[in-house]
Design a protein around this ligand. Structure first.
Ligand code: UTP
Length: 294
C-alpha cells in the first residue's frame, strides 16, 4: 500500500461569496485569528505525515507562494531583536515542500485537480479545500487515511446537513458498512432538496487514487458549466468502490462570510494568544446585546 505523502490544495476559485475581500487576493489567504486559512489545511495534512503540497493557484499566485517561502529579511530582523518564538513560528513549516500549478481559468474543482496530474503521477493523494476549516483537535484526515489503508479505495468526507442546505454540496446515496463508513452508490452535485438522495453532503476532504485523472480527462462540464469533481467521482464509481466517512466534529465553511466569522470566534477562543482577553470581551458584548434587546 502506497503511503499518502502528497496533498492538493485547490486555491484558484473566484471566491465570489467573499467579495470584495477576494477581488485581489485569494480567499485561502484570509486570516483566521493569525494564520491564513490555507495554513490550517497544511498543518492538518502535515500532522498526518504529508510533506508534499501542490497548490493550485489562480491569478493571485504570488501571496500564496510568498507565504510558504522563507523571508530572509524578516528572519534577520527577528534574530537581531531576539524574537525567538516568532522566528520559530514562521519557520515551523519550512521542512515541507510546495509546488504551485496555475489553473488558467477557474473552470471548476475537477478541472483544478486535473492540473496536478503531472505532479501526483501514480500515487494516491489527499485533497483539502482550505475554506473548509476543521477544528485542529479533530482527527478527520487521519481517520480517512486509516480507512484508506484498510479499504484500499477512494474516500470522501461526509457531513449530515439540513435538507434545505443540500443544494450547496455534492450529496451521496450509500449503504452504511460500519459505523460512520458508507459504501457510496450514487453522487449528485448540488441537488434540490427533492432531488437529494440523502442529507449526506461531501465536505472538503478527499483521499483520491490516480485513476480519477482518467475520468477527469474525459469529463464534460456539469452544474454551473463547471467541471465538477462530484461528476468525476460518479464516473469512477462505475469502475471501483468509493467510500464516504461521516465527520461528526466541528467544521466551518469559512468561504462564506458567516462561517468565516464563526471560525474566527471559535478558534480565537481556543488556545489563541488572545483567548482569555477575547472571552472576556465576548461576555461583555453578550451582556450588552441582552440589555439592548430587553
Ligand atoms: P468553491 O466552491 O468554494 O468556489 O471552491 P470558489 O470560487 O472558491 O468560491 P465562491 O463559491 O465563488 O465563493 C471550492 C474550492 O475549490 C477551489 C477553490 O479555490 C476552493 O478552495 N477551486 C474552485 C479551484 O481551485 N478552481 C476552480 O475552478 C474552482
Amino acid at each position: 500500500m502506497t503511503e499518502i505523502t502528497k496533498a492538493l490544495l485547490p486555491a484558484a476559485g473566484l471566491g465570489t461569496r467573499f467579495l470584495p475581500a477576494t477581488k485581489a487576493s485569494p480567499k485561502e489567504m484570509l486570516p483566521i485569528v493569525d494564520k491564513p486559512m490555507i495554513q490550517y489545511a497544511v498543518e492538518e495534512a502535515a500532522a498526518c505525515g504529508i510533506n508534499e503540497f501542490i497548490v493550485i493557484t489562480g491569478r493571485h499566485k504570488r501571496t500564496l507562494e510568498d507565504h510558504f517561502d522563507t523571508v530572509y529579511e524578516l528572519e534577520e530582523n527577528l534574530k537581531q531583536k531576539g524574537k525567538k518564538k516568532l522566528l520559530e513560528e514562521i519557520n515551523r513549516l519550512s521542512h515541507l515542500n510546495f509546488a504551485y500549478i496555475r489553473q488558467g481559468r477557474p473552470l471548476g474543482l475537477g478541472h483544478a485537480i486535473l492540473r496536478a496530474q503531472p505532479f501526483v503521477k501514480d500515487e494516491p493523494f489527499a485533497v483539502l479545500l482550505s475554506d473548509d476549516i476543521i477544528d485542529p483537535e479533530e482527527k478527520l484526515l487521519s481517520n480517512m487515511i486509516k480507512f484508506y489503508k484498510e479499504l484500499d479505495c477512494p474516500i470522501v468526507a461526509l457531513e449530515e446537513v439540513p435538507k434545505e442546505e443540500v443544494y450547496r454540496y455534492g450529496v451521496i446515496a450509500g449503504e452504511m458498512e460500519e459505523d460512520g463508513v458508507y459504501r457510496i452508490t450514487d453522487l449528485v452535485e448540488k441537488p434540490s432538496p427533492e432531488e437529494a438522495p440523502s442529507n449526506l453532503a461531501i465536505i472538503g476532504r478527499y483521499i483520491l487514487t490516480p485513476d480519477i485523472f482518467r475520468v477527469l480527462e474525459k469529463m464534460r462540464p456539469g452544474k454551473g458549466g463547471e467541471y465538477q469533481l462530484t461528476d468525476a467521482l460518479k464516473g469512477l464509481l462505475k469502475k471501483r468502490t468509493i467510500y464516504g466517512y461521516v465527520f461528526k466534529g466541528k467544521r466551518y465553511d469559512a468561504g462564506d462570510k458567516f462561517g468565516f466569522l464563526q471560525a474566527t470566534v471559535e478558534l480565537a477562543l481556543k488556545s489563541s494568544p488572545v483567548a482569555d482577553k477575547f472571552r472576556k470581551y465576548l461576555l461583555e458584548i453578550a451582556d450588552r446585546i441582552k440589555k439592548d434587546s430587553k
